[in-house]
Design a protein around this ligand. Structure first.
Ligand SMILES: [Ca+2]
Ligand SMILES: [Ca+2]
Length: 240
């Protein structure tokens, strides 16, 4: 094998490793909604449901989306991030607002939640009880982004980039980011239903990172290094 061919082959292998990683879209690692109804209690878990919903009928019904992304496989520039949600139905025009759970919430365990047991009463960012309402704690960030919902229109809804979202993601130290999304507009029975990963991973909430880089899986690195080693062996044999 000629040296130029070897180098070209190695270049294609190594090039493939980096080119394929531009722009990262993360799917949720956990998703649920917190329920705090007047006529039920605030300890009902919905982490295995195929849909999650935002509801707001003040003093009667408050449902809050709660979902997490795993940033451990991502590196580089996290700016201009946006969140996308797939609505299966909507009721009422309104603005959904997204908050984050701050690093270190609940003694560092606030983001390490299990979707099969997470409920309104034990979720970081919210004070327990308060039927039909919610009360934020200091673990809940300011509004990071918003999205406007259309009355009756299903489909993909995405936030736009904000500096508050940039700052929140830049401050992450544990590789986990949890968001809470809720409706706080005029009282009037807002209800928006979204897909979860249990229904279809591709239709779950997404975190879009236009400038980030995916860290290659160890298996991928091993595959490419293995290919490179094989080329070297072949080259040396031909050179003898
Ligand atoms: Ca879930
Ligand atoms: Ca975090």
């Amino acid at each position: 094998m000629k040296k130029t061919l070897l180098l070209a082959s190695a270049g294609i292998l190594l090039g493939g490793m980096t080119v394929a990683q531009a722009q990262v879209t993360l799917l949720v690692s956990a998703d649920t909604y917190l329920v705090n109804d007047f006529d039920a209690d605030a300890s009902l878990a919905h982490g295995t449901d195929t849909s999650m919903e935002i509801r707001s009928l003040r003093d009667r019904r408050m449902h809050i989306l709660y979902f997490r992304f795993d940033l451990s496989g991502v590196t580089g520039d996290l700016s201009d991030a946006t969140i996308s949600l797939n609505a299966t139905s909507s009721k009422k025009n309104g603005t959904v607002q997204f908050h984050g759970i701050l690093d270190g919430a609940l003694g560092g365990q606030g983001e390490n939640w299990d979707e099969s047991t997470l409920v309104y009463n034990n979720a970081a960012g919210f004070s327990p009880t308060y039927p039909g309402q919610y009360v934020a704690t200091s673990d809940l960030s300011a509004i990071l982004a918003t999205v406007d919902m259309s009355d009756g229109a299903p489909g993909l809804y995405s936030t736009t980039a904000t500096t508050t979202m940039d700052d929140f993601l830049a401050a992450d130290t544990n590789g986990m980011v949890t968001f809470a999304a809720l409706y706080t507009g005029p009282n009037g029975n807002a209800r928006y239903v979204f897909s979860t990963k249990e229904a279809d991973a591709a239709l779950s909430a997404q975190l879009n990172l236009p400038y980030a880089t995916a860290v290659p899986e160890p298996a991928t690195v091993a595959f490419f290094l293995g290919g490179f080693s094989l080329l070297l062996v072949l080259y040396r044999r031909r050179s003898r």
